[in-house]
Design a protein around this ligand. Sequence first.
Ligand SMILES: [Fe+2]
Length: 320
Amino acid sequence: MSPDVMSPDAKSSIIDISKEDAEKFSLTSLRFKHRFAESGLFEDDALAELIETYPGHLMTVYTTTQQPDGSYLWRYGSISGLTGEQVLEAIQHGHLWLNLQHIEDAAPRHAALVQRAFGDIANLNPGLRTFRHNTGILISSPDMSVLYHCDIPPIALWHIRGRKRLWLYPDTDEFLSPENRERVVLREQEEEVPYSPSFDQHAKVFDLEAGDAVAWKQQAPHRVDNLDGLNVSITTSYYTPEAQRFYGVVFANGAMRRLLGVTPTSRNTTGVAAMAKCAFAAGIKYSGLLKSRERVLQTSFQVDPREELGYVELGAPQGA
Ligand SMILES: [Fe+2]
C-alpha cells in the first residue's frame, strides 16, 4: 500500500490529467489515469472484507438473463450467508454484477480516493464546482455487459481491475430521442434506451485497463462489455451547476410535453427560458404531479460459488 495515496495530506496528484483536459471535465469525453489501486483497497482480501462489512441495504447483486425476444432481463439476488471471499469467487467465474452503493456513506477510505481525484481536477480547473457526488464500487464477472443506456447526471468511471470496453455514443437526438431522454429523467423507465447495432460505427470505443479513468458528458448514451478478469470499477455520478440546469430543462421539457401538450424544441441551459424551465421543473417535482414509479426489487436468485453461473434460482425465474 502506498502511504502517499492514502494520506489526506498527500501532495502528489492521485490522477494524471492535463490542465487542458481538466478544464473540459464534465463537458466532453475524457480519458486519463488514476492511482486508486496503490491504496491496496482493491486486492482480493480487502474486497472480501469490504463486502462482508458493507451495509446490506446499500449492496445489490444482479445477473442478466436473455429473454425469448433477445432482450436481457436484469434480476436481483441475495448473497446472504456467504463470506466476502465466497461472493468474490462466485463473481470471478459466474455471471454476476455486485454494486456497493453510496461509498460516501459506507466506505470513507474508498470515498477519500474519489474526493482526492476531484480535488486534483479542481486544482487544475478552479472554476469547476461539483457536488452531490454519488459513488459506487462495481465488481463484476468477466463476461458481464451493461446494455445501451443513459445516466441522468454526468459520470466519471475509475477502472481498477480486469479489462472492459466502454462504447460511448454521440449525445444527439439520433442516438437518444428527446422523448426517451425525458422518460429517463422523469424516471418513467429504467435507464435503458433503444439501441441499434448501426450506432456502433459512430461510437468512441475505450478499452480500459487497470488505472484508466473516463469521464463523459451528461446523459451521453453508452454501453459496457467486460473483456476479461474480475472487473472492479468505481463510478461517480455528480452534478455541476450546468448539469443541474440541464437536468431541470430536460425534466421541464418532459413535463411540458405531458401536462401542457407542447413539443419542446430546445435543451439550452442559459437564458430566461431555461431559468423558467428550471423553476417549472422544481415546482412540478415538489407538487408530485409526475411522481416517479417506485422500483420494487424482488430477489430471484441466491449467489452460490459452487454453481457455474455463480448462483441458484429461488423458485421460478422471473419472465420465464
Ligand atoms: Fe452508465
